[in-house]
Each structure stands twice: as C-alpha cells, then as structure tokens.
Design a protein around this ligand. Structure first.
Ligand SMILES: [Ca+2]
Length: 518
C-alpha cells in the first residue's frame, strides 16, 4: 500500500485565515488558438462553459513553489497545467491539470472555508498528485476585502451556493477540452465552509458530483452565525469576568470527566453526548479549593453550554458539549453578516441585535446560506455517495447540529438503513474544528492525505472505493501525528457506532478497539 510522508495538516487556510491577495494575469489580446490534447498554453484566452481563462502555464517539478506570494511553498513532484480564470463578473478560480499520461480521468472540486475569498491550495496539490484535474474558487470576492458583504445580493448568492456549482461546470468543460475527453467521475472535498459547500452541492446540484466529502459543514449556518454573534455580544457585555484560564478550566474538567466515562482514560471522549458535566462542580467552596470559579462565573459560562434561546424562550440550537472550549476567537463573519449583509452598515456595533429578529433577517438576505435540506433522493438516485465527518470537540460548528442533520436525513429518506446506502457520518473523538485537539485527526479528510493511503485510513480513498467499486466505507483508522511521526491511531466508526476499548492493549493503538453500536 502506498505510504506518503505525513504533512502537519493545519487547515488554517480553510478557516479563512489566509489572506490571499490574488492578482489575475490580464487576458491575452491574441485570439484563442485551437487546442490540442495536453497543450497547456493554448487554453489561455479561451471561454469554456461559464469560464473565461486568463492564464494557462505549465508548472514544472521543483522543490519549493508558491501559488501566490504569501502562500506556503509546496513541492511540485509532477508537472501540471495551471489554469487561472474568472466565472461571470468576478468569481476567480484555479484549475490544475496533471499531464494527460497521468490523469486519472476524474475531476476534483475543492471547497474553501470561513467567508471564502481565497483558494483551497491544500487539496489542489493533493488532488494533482493523485491524478485528479483539481479546481477551487474564491466564490467571487477576495478575503482582503473586508466589506464584501455590503449590499450586493449577487455576491451573497455566489458565496452561498452559485460559485461552486459554476466551478463544477467550468472545471469539467476545461478538463474535457484539455484532454479531449470528459471526466468520467467527479468528487468534491471541503471542511468548515468548504464542508457546507459540499452539502450544498449534494442538496441543490445533485448532478455535479458523484462523491462528496463534507467536514464540519454546519447545515444550519444561519442559526450557527446567530450563536457566534450572540456569544460575542454576551462576552463583550461582561468584560473581565472570565479569564482565558477560566474557560480552559471548564473545558479541561469537562473533557476529563467525559474521557473517563467511556471506560478508558486516554485523553478523549468517545461520545460526549452521553456524558454529564455540570460546571457548578468547579465553584469555589469547601469542597473545591485551588483553581475554581465564582458562582457568577459558573452561571455565566454555563449559559454558553446550554441551548441558545430566542427572546420568546424557544431553543434555537443544542448548545455546546462538555469538554468543548468556548471559542475565544472573534468571528469576523458573524459581525459582517449582521452588520453589512443585514443592516448595510460597516460600522455596526451590535446595537439592536436579537436572536429571533436577526435569525429571520439572515435567512431573508441569504436564503441559501442554510445547507439543511434533508431530501437527498436526487443525489442518491444518481448513485451519489457522501462521507461526512465532524470533530466532537468542535467549538465553532457544534457537533449536535451535525448529528441532528444526520438523523433528519435518515427520517426523510426512509430510515437509517436507506440513508446508509449513500451517506456515512464519522464523528471524530477529541478533534476540534476540522483538525487539532488531543484526538487522532489525520484521516484523509479535507487538507491532506492520511499517512497511509488506503480505504481503511484515508477518507478520499474510501469514497473512491464506494463510488467506483461499490464497497461502502467501514471503520477508518485515524492517526495523530506529532513531529512528523504517527504517535497514536484510533478508529473512527460510522455513526452511531462508537469505538469500544477491548480491555487490553495500548489505548493509543486502534487495534485495541472495536466499533459497536449502543
Ligand atoms: Ca476516553
């Protein structure tokens, strides 16, 4: 089995941290030349599907090549044709085409997280190395533009759903022109906002992709964005009440309690849903000395773990699981959404925000932001297959939202067994948002190959086997990599199964566990 060198897969790019100032080469003035198979430069200037190609150049093998000045360099092992272009007015895209002799005959769309505005430059080289024609879009704005959500309904629609649908059309058309042959199969991969894009493709454009991997997708993104804003305003209203160490204490104690409850103290909880943890046990008093919280802190912090309620007392979400660290990062997407998209105000300071009112408003101005459609019969009828995954310890996209969506799909599609025929969900113990945390977080989801590339370690390979050979994915063994070495393996079980420790062997070895239901 092929073993590849492990990469430290921080998916920072997917979290909208990357500010890729992308400068497109102007379209050449010369008329398009007739294309011949595998002739890269002949693509420049052509219009194919919804795409206008602005640049096409061969990138040769080299040790350190950067797609943009502020992007991390990658090793180019095999040459590829780099196509850059625009769809409609402003949706920029990249399509990387391996040489015809090594093309696997397939197309890969790579999603982008956060508020997009950048390219997924991790899954592009990964796709090319596997022989895929691989494409990504910024969805129509640059992350350097901090006011892109102001007022333009087209931009909001492109971001919420249109850009990736057009990417599938453009990418397939250019791929077909380059190889003189249409791709036989198409796949999509993404996490966070990129996962939401994957769900959206499956729900709204079921003919675009044969296989989809969607990580931490946040089906109910409007509700989730309201929670982020609600959290920010709630914290701002009580400055100085909670130090970072206080939040950490609650998360650590919660995680410790839930870790032990699954029968093996290995640093991660198999299923924190079944775990009971009340932050009140941390209240300073006779029984609790040393690190402890005041009654006021316990009440305040506990509110973040409870379901968020609207002004009429109706629960909008399921709250956070014990052990999750309340996210101290300031989402810029939530204030931009409610300031710019809803109120058309770049200087909005939170005034007038209400859970019920702003939830209604966000659904009005971004009607396609939610990716919670549960009738997936069109996707299923075409033979489409989907693998979803989610970190149990995700502070940004609550795990309960993922479970609820999975259950709702099963209900709509006629039961869990029917849904299992085309969709599997893997909950990842001890993993945060897309990656990171104490758990084993390398399994070939979005961002990088697993250290072992086969169907029982690498999700993209598992999905290929499902689509192409009819072999449904089973247990996937995730790895934890520290200092370039695999230091721990752990089985990911198809939900609702969970890993059970056999009672013997190292808790850090996947072989010491079996997947079981209940
Ligand atoms: Ca445990």
């Amino acid at each position: 089995m092929p073993v590849r060198s492990a990469t430290a897969a921080s998916v920072g790019l997917l979290l909208a941290g990357a500010a890729a100032a992308w400068i497109l080469t102007p379209a050449p003035s010369a008329p398009p030349r007739a294309a011949t198979v595998g002739d890269c430069s002949s693509l420049a200037g052509r219009r194919l599907g919804p795409a206008r190609i602005t640049s096409a150049e061969t990138i040769g093998p080299q040790g350190a090549w950067s797609a943009a000045p502020n992007e991390r360099p990658i090793t180019v092992a095999v040459p590829f044709c780099r196509v850059q272009g625009v769809m409609e007015k402003e949706m920029a895209f990249e399509l990387w085409l391996p040489q015809a002799a090594v093309w696997n005959g397939k197309f890969l769309g790579a999603g982008v997280g956060g508020d997009a505005g950048a390219f997924n430059l991790r899954d592009l080289p990964r796709g090319v190395a596997r022989g895929y024609a691989s494409a990504t879009t910024d969805t129509g704005h640059k992350s350097s533009d901090s006011t892109w959500m102001m007022g333009d309904p087209d931009r909001l629609a492109n971001y919420t759903h249109r850009a990736n649908h057009l990417l599938a059309q453009a990418g397939k058309a250019i791929t077909a022109a380059y190889y003189a042959k249409a791709p036989r199969l198409s796949y999509f991969i993404g996490c966070s906002g990129g996962g939401r894009q994957g769900l959206k493709e499956m729900q709204a454009y079921p003919a675009d992709y044969d296989g989809i991997i969607a990580g931490a997708p946040g089906p109910k993104t409007p509700e989730m964005t309201v929670r982020r804003m609600w959290e920010i305003l709630r914290r701002d209203a009580r400055p100085g009440l909670m130090a970072p160490a206080d939040w950490a204490l609650i998360a650590e104690e919660g995680a410790k309690t839930c870790d032990r409850e699954d029968g093996v103290a290995d640093g991660v909880a198999e299923d924190p849903q079944t775990c009971r943890f009340d932050p009140a046990v941390l209240q300073c008093g006779k029984e609790r000395t040393g690190r402890c919280l005041s009654a006021e802190q316990v009440e305040f912090a506990g509110g973040f773990y409870s379901p968020m309620k609207d002004e009429a007392g109706r629960a909008i979400d399921g709250g956070l699981l014990p052990g999750v660290l309340v996210d101290s990062g300031r989402s810029r997407l939530a204030p931009a959404t409610f300031g710019q998209a809803v109120r058309r105000d770049t200087n909005w300071n939170g005034a007038g925000f209400s859970v019920a009112g702003d939830l209604k408003a966000i659904k009005r101005v971004m009607p396609d932001l939610a990716a919670d459609k549960t009738d997936l019969s069109a996707f299923e009828r075409r033979g489409g297959k989907a693998i979803l995954y989610h970190g149990w310890m995700d502070p940004a996209v609550a795990a309960r939202m993922m479970l609820a969506y999975s259950d709702d799909v099963a209900k709509t599609m006629g039961g869990k067994a029917t849904a299992d025929r085309f969709m599997r969900l893997y909950m990842v113990p001890g993993m945060g948002h897309c990656a990171g945390g104490p758990g084993a977080d390398q399994f070939g989801g979005a961002g990088s190959d697993a250290p072992t590339v086969d169907a029982s370690h690498d999700m993209l390979t598992a999905l290929e086997d499902w689509v192409e050979k009819g072999r449904a994915p089973q247990t996937i063994v995730a790895s934890k990599i520290t200092g370039g070495r695999v230091v721990r393996t752990h089985p990911l079980c198809p939900y609702p199964a969970r890993a059970r420790y056999s009672g013997k062997g190292s808790p850090d070895d996947a072989a010491s566990y079996t997947c079981a239901r209940g």
